[in-house]
Design a protein around this ligand. Structure first.
Ligand code: TUI
Length: 315
């Protein structure tokens, strides 16, 4: 049985956390992941605080197990979202796209476990000093807003730089990736794209099918010019966006062009003109299946691999 200190810290069976994906990670997906023994996460994204509050209330009805909320720090509603998670005493708070430093006191006042996503050693160290409980080291294989380092390079460097547990994210979707993350010194994994392609994920079927169809080189990084690089699947929107970037469009023009595109793909199923955020591991994902099966397959194949590895030493 694979157990790490993350299981104890978060009161979960398996050290598997679901990524906090805007427009994707709602109460339904989060409660399914928590029920299956991982940690489900509701993503606040750019949503107003009343939406986040409704999802928290729903998730509490759907599972008695712990779940978390991801706060996207670039959101215009971030202050109100922080107040909502504090009001509902959410057990685990993950953050993305910035530093949660100024909210730490509020989070700690409710005894929440705070786990920021970091994309560098420097931020990981700063977060450790600020008193967070763990960090998620997210490589640029991930979908959505990304940093510059790969998971393979980032995770061991963060592991060596901090004493708190490190969770690996980016490019992980099966038992091999899970075990590789543990070999790098991580105490758990966070997966996004794999959970998008699950039965319980409520986004459009077209979005899930686009990931299933994707091959290894079918993602691209847009938005480098705006200072917010974002990995998405190649489509008409990606081509148009990159063309605008290379012809010198302003940050404002690009931001305006990108507005509402994730919602368009995720909720309306327009995977041609919408932004289909997904990680490089999309090419490995071939089937839409229940969350419980995703998690149990990862654990059982990791355990089988460990047994096999042991036989190498006995020979
Ligand atoms: O946040 C994510 N992934 C996301 S957020 C998002 S919504 C969005 N859409 C367009 C533009 C911007 C956001 C879609 N996907 N992952 C966690 C993550 N955090 N990845 C990278 C970072 C990060 C980057 C820089 C965290 C901190 C940071 O610097 C903060 C500092 O103060 O040094």
């Amino acid at each position: 049985m694979i157990k790490t200190e993350i299981c104890e810290l978060l009161d979960i069976k398996y050290p598997i956390i679901q990524g906090g994906m805007a427009w994707v990670a709602d109460a339904e997906l989060a409660s399914a992941v928590s029920e299956a023994g991982g940690l489900g996460i509701i993503a606040a994204g750019n949503a107003p605080a009343d939406w986040v509050e409704r999802e928290i209330v729903k998730a509490k009805e759907m599972t008695k197990k712990p779940f978390g909320v991801n706060i996207m720090l670039l959101s215009p509603f971030v202050d109100d979202v922080v107040d909502v998670v504090v009001k509902h005493e959410v057990k685990v708070i993950t953050t993305g796209a910035g530093s949660p430093g100024k909210y730490m006191e509020k989070f700690k006042s409710i005894g929440a476990k705070v786990i920021p996503v970091v994309a560098s050693v420097a931020l990981a160290k700063r977060m450790e000093s600020a008193g967070v409980d763990a960090v998620i080291a997210e490589g640029m294989e991930s979908g959505g807003h990304i940093g510059e380092l790969t998971t393979m390079a980032l995770v061991p460097q963060v592991v060596d730089a901090v004493k708190i547990p490190v969770i690996a994210a980016g490019g992980i979707a099966d038992g091999r990736g899970f075990l590789a993350a543990l070999a790098l010194g991580a105490k758990g994994v966070q997966m996004g794209t794999r959970f998008v392609v699950s039965d319980e994920c409520t986004i459009s079927l077209a979005y899930k099918e686009a990931i299933v169809k994707a091959k290894d080189r079918d993602t691209v990084i847009t938005g480098r010019a705006t200072g917010h690089p974002v990995r998405i699947l190649k489509n008409k929107l990606a081509r148009e966006f990159l063309k605008m970037e290379s012809s010198g469009a302003t940050k404002e023009e690009l931001e305006k062009f990108g507005e509402g595109r994730l919602r368009l793909a995720a909720r309306e199923g327009d995977v041609v003109n919408g932004s289909v955020m997904a990680g490089q591991i999309s090419g490995l994902i071939r089937d839409i299946k229940p969350v419980k099966e995703i998690i149990e397959d990862i654990i059982s194949s990791a355990e089988a691999m460990l047994k096999e590895i042991n036989t190498f030493f006995e020979a």
